[in-house]
Design a protein around this ligand. Structure first.
Ligand SMILES: Cc1cc2nc3c(=O)[nH]c(=O)nc-3n(C[C@H](O)[C@H](O)[C@H](O)COP(=O)(O)OP(=O)(O)OC[C@H]3O[C@@H](n4cnc5c(N)ncnc54)[C@H](O)[C@@H]3O)c2cc1C
Length: 422
């Protein structure tokens, strides 16, 4: 049994005497959803303990951007209240780092504490933001954007009107830049590529997004390759490889993430970029599983929450002894930047042999592209109006023929399928 630590843990007794000890490392979004799913399909079978490094209850990490933008309060993003965990008999320890897995003895070591035993272990350790490998990357004033402690720090910078450079024009960088600008900081966004969010958007959609973000006060520099960070002790500015130099009081790296695999690697559990798992989310070690951003399934590490939720559902069923297999996820991006909704799914560029249906209203702030291949919808990009995003995603996932609705599909579900409209 685990003891209370520093008054920060919500401790509960292990479940019924017959319950097997199941330990989850990481108290993030994947872990919380796994407990949720287990409560539905295997209530009482496991005595669950969750060990989390962050000093608070599991929260919706996706909403950190809204907290930064002042649209949501930090305490409102908790996924479940303390009583919810207690009612399910979960021993919840937060502010505690798991440091070592002893695979043979089936024990997990926790920093500054004794080990705890497990019959099943689940790794849900998420990712760490990457810092560019350039000189000055470790100067004071250089930060990342991953957890609620980072948000507190960024809000302090914005309140002091510090000049901030955000490095990275993907989803995270855009959200950090928008949030900081909205909170009052002068922000420059540097992006290596010639368009924003190149992994989710085609060129016209990215151009529209750029103009909408700039209207919100974020200065965007494309083709901006960071050469080094300047400063004696603290950050003073960024120099680009083309010689441009931008002064700054703080730099936020939002240039990618790396799955947290160290615990598995040190226990000689197979790891590539992520912890390698099979269709049951099982690692190379017996009774040790992994899910969420730390896991690699069929060569893919997902950086989004939806695949983690699909994995949680499959793993819970598997742990309950039911038939279930994870086949991979069709990823979709649904986000709001500067009040602009953006959606992208599937083959949004359009592979050879595919066709695209387009609507491009740059001054009206709307862009829509549907990619069709072999009579099926295979990809979509929407900027502005994303009202039909989930319908398009369903069409992509189900691979159903769309020839019959092709001419009306662009105008949304009610027009394409009037008989099914509510
Ligand atoms: C600002 C922001 C905005 C995002 N927006 C979106 C979005 O719009 N859409 C989307 O799909 N995704 C978004 N994401 C990504 C999404 O949040 C992640 O995909 C999701 O949180 C992954 O869940 P996870 O449980 O695998 O990892 P996490 O939620 O990161 O949880 C992992 C937890 O494990 C803990 N941990 C790690 N190592 C240890 C250890 N040794 N011992 C104990 N605890 C440990 C970590 O501290 C962390 O709390 C966003 C992420 C961020 C940061």
């Amino acid at each position: 049994m685990i003891s209370e630590a520093d008054g920060r843990s919500q401790a509960a007794e292990w479940g019924p005497a017959v319950s097997e000890p199941l330990v989850i490392v990481g108290n993030g979004m994947a872990a919380a959803r796994l407990v949720d799913e287990l409560a539905k399909v295997a209530l009482g079978r496991y005595a669950i303990a969750v060990i989390g490094e962050e000093p608070r209850l599991a929260y919706n990490r996706v909403l950190l951007s809204s907290v930064l933008a002042g649209e949501t309060a930090s305490h409102d993003i908790e996924l479940r209240p303390a009583a919810w965990w207690r009612d399910r008999g979960v021993t919840l320890k937060y502010g505690c780092t798991a440091t070592e897995i002893d695979v043979g003895r089936r024990e997990l070591k926790i920093a500054n504490e004794e080990s705890i035993g497990f019959s099943r272990l689940v790794l849900a350790t998420g990712s760490t933001p990457l810092r560019l490998n350039v000189s000055g990357a470790d100067l004071a004033g250089v930060h990342t954007f991953r957890d609620s402690r980072d948000v507190d720090l960024l809000l302090t910078l914005a309140a002091q009107r510090k000049r901030v450079i955000v490095v990275g024009g993907g989803l995270l960088g855009l959200e950090a830049a928008y949030g900081l600008a909205k909170a009052g900081a002068p922000v420059t966004l540097l992006h290596l590529m010639d368009r924003l969010m190149e992994r989710q958007l085609d060129a016209p959609a990215a151009e529209l997004l750029k103009s909408l973000v700039e209207r919100k006060g974020v200065k965007v520099l494309l083709n901006a390759n960071t050469a080094r960070l300047h400063g004696a002790n603290r950050i003073e500015g960024v120099e680009l490889t083309d010689g441009r130099r931008i002064d700054a009081d703080a730099v936020i790296f939002a240039a990618g993430i790396r799955p947290n695999v160290a615990l598995a690697e040190e226990a000689s559990i197979a790891v590539n970029r992520g912890i390698v798992v099979d269709d049951h989310l099982q690692t190379g070690a017996p009774d040790i599983f992994a899910l969420g951003e730390c896991a690699e399934h069929r060569g893919v590490c997902y950086g989004l929450v939806e695949p983690a939720y699909e994995q949680a559902r499959v793993l819970a069923r598997h742990l309950a002894g039911r038939a279930a297999a994870y086949q991979g996820s069709v990823v979709a991006t649904n986000l709001k930047v500067s009040g602009v909704s953006v959606f992208s799914a599937g083959d949004f560029i359009g592979a050879e042999g595919s066709e695209a249906i387009l609507l491009n209203d740059a001054s009206g702030g709307a862009y829509k592209k549907l990619v069709i291949s072999d009579g099926r919808l295979t990809g979509a990009v929407l900027v502005g109006d994303v009202g039909d995003a989930l319908w398009y995603l369903e069409l992509i996932r189900s691979r159903q023929p769309v020839e019959g609705i092709r001419k009306d599909m662009m105008f949304g579900r009610p027009r394409a399928l009037p008989s099914q409209a509510a």
